[in-house]
Design a protein around this ligand. Structure first.
Ligand code: GLP
Length: 236
């Protein structure tokens, strides 16, 4: 594991963007595993900047996102599909049909999970997976549990996650209670994993995740077993 500490969100975003840029430059048809949340916003903004200045080309890239709320369509401005389109995809030249986000609006979420895992498998797996981390240690929406779940699956969101994500919604009642998330299988199979976190509030969970015991009660702790993990943390 490479654990990098920086002293600003700007530096964190530049470093993370540079790692992703290096991946796309060295392998233009990379499979990029992407994340939502506030942490990656600066990284996406930097990558858009590199694209606009002609330094990066996403025309051969493919993406797979980690998760989606159950019941929100891509047109809903709180959905993760909408987030990705507006914060990243619309500003670069990745073909939109090669961007995937789990569909949280299907009746059979189990079948959707199987379809999503097959899609990732058919792509040959993920080259680099970008991750944020929840205050309870969740990655994607893999919440603390008794076990690590391998497949893409439906989850009941923890009360603390609902509370933390309420800031994006008009009220806490509007936050969906369920989501569909990539499981630990696809994440751990990614060739590289890049986790970013910022703010003093994440310090405790970062310590537990990367310097504590490996346990499904702290989902991100499984990443300690990944052979190519980079964590970038900024207290500010
Ligand atoms: C959300 C997402 C995660 C994200 C996490 C942290 O619930 N499902 O993928 O990493 O919360 O979000 P933030 O970066 O806004 O702190």
């Amino acid at each position: 594991m490479r654990f990098i500490t920086v002293d600003s969100y700007e530096k964190l975003s530049t470093k993370a963007a540079n790692i992703i840029a290096a991946q796309v430059i060295s392998k233009p048809n990379s499979i990029l595993g992407l994340a939502t949340g506030s942490s990656p916003l600066g990284t996406y903004a930097k990558l858009v900047e590199y694209y606009k200045s002609g330094e990066l080309d996403f025309s051969e890239a493919t993406s797979v996102n980690l998760d989606e709320y159950v019941g929100l369509t891509g047109e809903n401005d709180q959905s993760y599909r909408y987030f990705m389109n507006t914060n990243f995809f619309q500003h670069i030249n990745i073909p939109i049909e090669r961007t995937a986000v789990p569909n949280g609006c299907v009746a059979d979420l189990k079948a959707e999970g199987e379809r999503y895992d097959k899609h990732i498998q058919d792509l040959g797996g993920i080259d680099i997976q970008l991750l944020g981390i929840g205050f309870d240690g969740h990655i994607g929406f893999n919440e603390p549990d008794e076990v690590f779940i391998k497949e893409t699956h439906e989850v009941d969101l923890d009360a603390s996650t609902i509370e933390a994500n309420a800031r994006f919604f008009a009220s806490e009642e509007e936050v969906p209670r369920k989501a569909i998330t990539m499981g630990m299988g696809a994440i751990m199979n990614a060739k590289k994993v890049l986790l970013i976190a910022n703010g003093k509030g994440k310090k405790d969970i970062i310590e537990k995740s990367f310097f504590g015991p490996i346990t499904p009660k702290v989902p991100a702790s499984i990443l300690q077993l990944h052979p190519d993990l980079t964590v970038i943390y900024s207290e500010n």
